[in-house]
Design a protein. Structure first.
Length: 431
């Protein structure tokens, strides 16, 4: 079977990237041909190529027609669907939070895969039929992530694995208070590891969510489930089954990441409990079942066939393009762009006008005060100390005035489109 897998990135061992690697390796090991289409290549892609995977960032480089498309992330999935309109597909939802992961109905997509209950709920909320959704929990390559030696009675070395930075300081402070030496990896730190399976062996306690937390648990580290979105607590034998169904992810993050909550979790560290958690994940989260379940779904989809007329497929693809292509309307593309590039929402125009009016009044008040201070300075030019004080007040007011001018300029640039500002500038020059 030839399987074309799409993913936004194959570069830095992030969550979905590692899932893709595990899936592709498992499929190839079972005798199938894998092709990966991405929008971002990196060192991870090079390593996968060395193991025989075909990894590209241009659809024209996919020469062999796939038997099935496994779509992940909307934009590369759309490219694959458009290139091979007569090939059936499945789509995986890895996050209930990000719009780039959110499923969209399409005649070519015959089945959907959710990695946890929250993702399944996301699929249902977007109109995906319940009988077309399967839950396949994230897995761990147990040959790669081997079990570490027993943990010490109290944690000495900690590792923060994170895409986000908002909770970093709280984790740092909590570790410092508890005598834990903390290291950090992930996009938020701009530090990455090409051998995380080996690195984990050196840490006693790990702060992470989702797949990263599952891998750390399988290795045998104590795991505190948290990230910038919130805090769940220490993974233990009492919650491991229910938390696995939630993928150790966002659905569990119901409390704030505070130094107090982190300290309480660190205090609950128990070496024997962590070993039992590790045994559970090594028994339940191995990659064999993960690969078998994907192959079962692929074969079901292939037996069922496409069952859609060419014009239905074309309309489905055109509808995706309407949503994901840049347009005046803030459709799905706008939410995806904000997720990927951090674009801020535009400031309300009426609010900006009110701020301009308020700053204008402030400028007028400062101008009147500067005039009065100037007159006093002229009138007391012979009085040295008093004159110095007045000049100091003038200098202070001028500094404030300068800051207000900068703020008004910023607001003006936000309210008035650039092309109009250019027209006004030309008019003033002519005048």
């Amino acid at each position: 079977m030839r399987i074309l897998i799409t993913n936004l990135s194959v570069a830095q061992n992030s969550g979905s990237e590692s899932v893709v690697e595990l899936l592709a390796d498992g499929l190839r090991g079972a005798g199938h041909q894998t092709m990966l289409l991405t929008t971002n290549l990196g060192g991870m892609a090079d390593r996968m190529r060395q193991r025989g995977h075909h990894v590209v960032d241009r659809i024209a480089e996919i020469v062999d027609k796939p038997d099935i498309i496994h779509g992940q992330h909307l934009t590369p999935c759309l490219t694959a669907l458009a290139r091979f309109p007569d090939v059936p597909a499945v789509f995986s939802c890895h996050s209930s939070f990000y719009e780039i992961e959110a499923p969209m109905p399409h005649p070519q997509i015959r089945h959907w895969i959710a990695v946890d209950e929250a993702c399944k709920a996301k699929c249902l909320s977007r109109g995906i039929p319940a009988d077309k959704i399967d839950l396949i929990y994230n897995a761990v390559d147990l040959e790669r992530f081997r079990q570490r030696p027993p943990l010490p009675a109290r944690p000495e070395r900690g590792l923060l694995l994170t895409k986000n930075f908002e909770h970093q300081q709280a984790v740092r402070e909590a570790c410092a208070r508890n005598g834990i030496q903390l290291d950090e990896l992930g996009p938020a730190t701009n530090r990455y590891s090409q051998q995380i399976e080996k690195d984990l062996l050196a840490y006693d306690i790990v702060f992470a969510t989702a797949r990263m937390a599952i891998e750390a648990a399988a290795v045998g580290c104590s795991v505190v489930v948290c990230d910038a979105r919130g805090f769940a607590g220490m993974l233990d034998t009492g919650n491991m089954e229910s938390w696995r169904r939630a993928n150790l992810g966002v659905g569990l993050l119901s409390r704030p990441v505070t130094i107090e909550n982190l300290t309480a979790a660190i205090s609950s560290h128990n070496a024997e409990n962590a070993a039992a958690v590790s045994a559970y994940f090594r028994d339940k989260a191995g990659s064999t079942h993960f690969i078998d379940e994907h192959l079962r779904i692929y074969n079901e989809v292939l037996r069922e066939g496409l069952r859609a007329r060419p014009e239905e497929v074309a309309l489905g693809t055109a509808s995706w393009i309407e949503e994901t292509a840049v347009s005046i309307q803030h459709r799905k593309w706008f939410r995806v762009a904000k997720e990927m590039h951090g674009w801020p929402d535009a400031i309300d125009q009426l609010m900006m006008m009110e701020l301009l009016r308020a700053n204008t009044k402030t400028l007028e008040g400062n101008s009147a005060l500067l005039t009065a201070l100037g007159q006093r300075a002229v009138g007391s030019i012979q009085d040295g100390p008093e004159n110095q004080a007045i000049l100091h007040q003038i200098d202070d007011r001028l500094s404030r005035l300068s800051r207000f001018v900068d703020e008004v300029s910023r607001l003006y640039n936000g309210v008035v489109p650039r092309f109009i500002r250019k027209v006004l500038l030309r008019i003033r020059r002519r005048g």
